[in-house]
Design a protein around this ligand. Structure first.
Ligand SMILES: [Zn+2]
Length: 479
């Protein structure tokens, strides 16, 4: 049946049809790099990371572009506070963002593009918009987009110009013709980063960077434009006006995708986390994959509640999957199948697949319904646990059944972006050293025939979640 997506512009679920068969061009609005990201931003990027992975899994050749807004009022303000140049702020928080994404299991897009490296293209686009009457420059050296020049203004948010005007608090500005006209070029103020332009030194507005960079790398009419639902107005509405204003008669984007906003349950949060919850604090406290589990537990369009209870529930559910995997690995030893990710499932392979894989694809094809996808993995783990129990008592057919269920487990959790690292956190080296030491003591106890002592050490470690395997080459442990 193929993938169906909820298109925010059409306000309904539609078949996912790409511009070029088998290929997907995808652009997602990235962060403004002036601070550490909030868990809400973190979730948005994890949702699109999932969509990217799933499209590749379904056999599409995906080109995924995400930007960094690395020149902006907020960056300049932050630079003043930290008393460093704005580009130092942008670099610092770009690195921090990339670190946070890694912690949450986010893959790096095919292209990450920076606004400051595309100013020439933006100047060219603005020149074109002035040339065809879509924009105007003022005596102050600013350039504004004239929203009245664009008939389709409001079509993404589904509101008229009058409605939008009533709903927005609009700052008056010298030389602006309509309250909703938005900035394409800002005249430089003393000490701010600036570039030369036909309108004097200045810097680009926020909206123009995304329409210019997405069009540069993906062309007009690319397949998917994504972002948080808070970007629908004005950012995405303005992107459409710019792109379609410049390329009259063409469509900017085939499908718009917007992720739901995280709801904060501040009063129930512990004081240590406070009201502003950073993605990295959450990942440190609960674990990166546990946080990712929470982020994807509902559909990307849902508005999940962020609370300690929700994170605890997610952690528990995630641990159920991980425990199953580790118990299987422990039992199977060298017979453990290797990870199935990355891999793709073409339509023919899906037709040939059965059981859990088919059910998972059916769920996920429905607008990337991860809640349904999770339910399939939970069913799989339930069956896996039953087999595991029987396999503990021996029997080759149970071992074979277990191997057969591990394979789809690795495939489906791989698509969802889980690697189940068996790491030991920041103190990994210390913990590893201590475990080796304890196992040496156990060896000594056994050599001295103090078997009670040796067994006590083993039992204690097992009760702490450390699995121990005696092999010809010595004793191995795994947390
Ligand atoms: Zn954008």
């Amino acid at each position: 049946m193929g993938i169906r997506i909820y298109d925010s512009m059409k306000r309904t679920t539609v078949p996912f049809e790409t511009r070029d068969p088998g290929k997907v061009s995808m652009y997602v609005c990235g962060p403004t790099v002036y601070n550490l990201i909030h868990i809400g931003n973190g979730r948005t990027f994890i949702c699109f990371d999932l969509i990217h992975r799933y499209l590749e899994y379904r056999g599409y050749e995906v080109t995924y572009v995400r930007n960094y807004t690395d020149v902006d009022d907020k960056i300049i303000e932050r630079a003043e506070v930290e008393k460093v140049p704005p580009d130092t702020i942008a670099r610092k928080y770009t690195e921090a963002f990339e670190e946070d994404m890694r912690a949450l299991g986010g893959e790096v897009p095919d292209l990450t593009v920076k606004a400051t490296e595309h100013v020439a293209e933006m100047v060219a686009a603005i020149t074109g918009l002035i040339g065809n009457g879509s924009a105007y420059a003022t005596d102050e050296g600013d350039v504004w987009f004239s929203i009245e020049s664009f008939d389709g203004y409001g079509k993404l948010s589904g509101r008229s110009i009058e409605d939008l005007r009533a709903g927005e608090r609009v700052e008056p500005h010298a030389g602006k013709r309509h309250p909703l006209d938005f900035s394409l070029w800002k005249a430089a103020k003393e000490g701010e980063p600036s570039w030369e332009s036909p309108w004097g030194p200045g810097r680009p507005g926020w909206h123009i960077e995304c329409s210019v960079m997405s069009e540069k790398y993906l062309g007009m009419g690319f397949d998917l434009h994504g972002g948080g639902s808070d970007l629908i107005f004005p950012h995405h509405e303005n992107e459409i006006a710019q792109a379609e204003g410049l390329h009259e008669g063409q469509t900017f984007v085939r499908h718009w995708l917007h992720s739901g906003m995280v709801q904060m349950e501040a009063e129930k949060m512990s004081k240590s986390l406070g009201n502003v919850v950073l993605a990295r604090d959450v990942a440190e406290r609960y674990g990166g994959e546990q946080t990712r589990y929470w982020a994807l537990a509902g559909s990307y369009r849902s508005q999940p509640v962020f609370s300690e209870a929700a994170l605890r529930d997610a952690t528990q559910a995630y641990e159920r999957w991980k425990t199953f995997l580790e118990a299987s690995r422990h039992l199977l030893g060298e017979r453990m199948p290797q990870g199935s990710w990355p891999r793709t499932r073409t339509d023919d392979e899906i037709a040939a697949a059965a059981g859990y894989v088919t059910r998972f694809i059916d769920a996920m094809d429905d607008d990337f319904n991860t809640a349904g996808g999770y339910a399939v993995v939970h069913d799989l783990v339930s069956e896996g646990n039953r087999i595991l129990e029987r396999a503990q008592s021996g029997g080759d057919e149970h071992i074979q059944n277990l191997i057969e269920i591990i394979d789809p487990f690795l495939e489906l959790t791989g698509v969802l972006g889980f690697a189940f690292p068996s790491g030991t956190g920041d103190n990994g080296e210390l913990v590893g050293g201590l475990l080796d030491f304890l196992l040496e003591l156990r060896e000594e106890a056994r050599a001295g025939k103090a078997f009670d002592r040796a067994d006590a050490i083993r039992d204690r470690l097992i009760s702490l979640g450390v699995s121990i395997e005696d092999t010809a080459a010595g004793t191995r442990w795994r947390i």
